[in-house]
Design a protein around this ligand. Structure first.
Ligand code: R5P
Length: 282
């Protein structure tokens, strides 16, 4: 059976539909009666799905795992479409906490295994200390692209995003794979350089793991605007979109913008449910 937190309702429903497993509500808030009626067989698996976009949603995931654990299932599998705090995966300054390790340890306490969709850095999965695997939703980003892209280039705004761009290109079928160079000056300020790469006359598909403040993608679009490119498609796995990210992107001239539903936002146009269902079926 499948159960999801409030941050993963659509994706939990889609996974349940694809697997043909019931979608149940174990949440006691206002639905105590419904939750009490859910019984789990001793040989059944419970899949708990939750994106940890905030401290509150992290706690909500832990509470849902706890409710699953109380029912003593054969196995609890936790799926984290978006793993928050993942960028704080090491000590950047003395005295800081490794937040990614702290949240991983807490999540690992009440589950047998974990799947996380495109975590910012795959090494973060080691912090769980139990079987933890990534799920790649990047191929889904090829789906909304038109069939008639002209000399397409699949472009990562930095070196780390190049493999994502390659994954989208491989699903689309044709195109060049490239990346810009990025230097981050602060949480909101980044500087990109094209390093003499010229994409004139081409359609460009920008691919990143996440859009947070929108600074990286806005810079990439600004850089492309100085070249005589054709259409620019801005895509990412996780549309965190903090503060004024959307208006920043629109001010930069972005016309085509979409992401997956690992985080439920207005631009969550494609679903990460198919690759999640695939790993749960293995
Ligand atoms: C950074 O390494 C990530 O891959 C993204 O490029 C970054 O998190 C995007 O953040 P923002 O939208 O704030 O520039």
């Amino acid at each position: 059976m499948i159960t999801g937190t409030s941050t993963a309702q659509a994706i939990a429903a889609a996974v349940s539909q694809r697997l043909g497993e019931p979608l149940v509500d174990l949440d006691a808030d206002g639905t105590a009666e419904a939750a009490e009626n859910v019984t789990v067989g001793a040989d059944e698996r419970v899949v708990v799905i939750g994106s940890t976009t905030s401290s509150r949603s992290h706690l909500e995931l832990l509470e849902l795992q706890e409710r699953a654990l109380e029912r003593d299932p054969a196995e609890i599998v936790t799926v984290i479409p978006y793993l928050g705090y993942a960028r704080q995966d090491k000590l950047f300054e003395p005295g800081q906490a490794i937040s990614a390790r702290a949240v991983a340890r807490a999540i690992a306490a009440s589950t047998d295994r974990v799947y996380s969709v495109n975590p910012h850095n795959i090494s973060v999965l080691d912090y769980f200390g139990i079987p933890a695997e990534p799920v790649d939703a990047a191929p889904q980003l090829a789906k909304p692209l038109p069939d008639d892209l002209v000399e397409p280039v699949f472009l990562g705004p930095d070196e780390d995003a190049e493999w994502l761009a390659r994954s989208v290109r491989n699903t689309y079928g044709v195109g060049l794979v490239e990346n810009f160079e990025k230097v981050r000056h602060s949480a909101t300020e980044v500087e990109l350089s094209a390093d003499e790469k010229d994409f004139s006359g081409r359609d460009v598909v920008l691919v990143d793991d996440m859009i947070a403040t929108g600074g990286t993608m806005s810079e990439a679009v600004n850089l492309l605007a100085r070249q005589d490119t054709r259409r620019v498609f801005v895509t990412c796995i996780h549309p965190l979109l903090v503060e004024n990210a959307l208006s920043k992107l629109h001010r930069a001239g972005v016309q085509s913008l979409y992401a997956t539903d690992t985080i439920d936002r207005s631009i969550s146009q494609v679903s990460a449910a198919p690759p999640i269902a695939d790993v749960l079926q293995q």
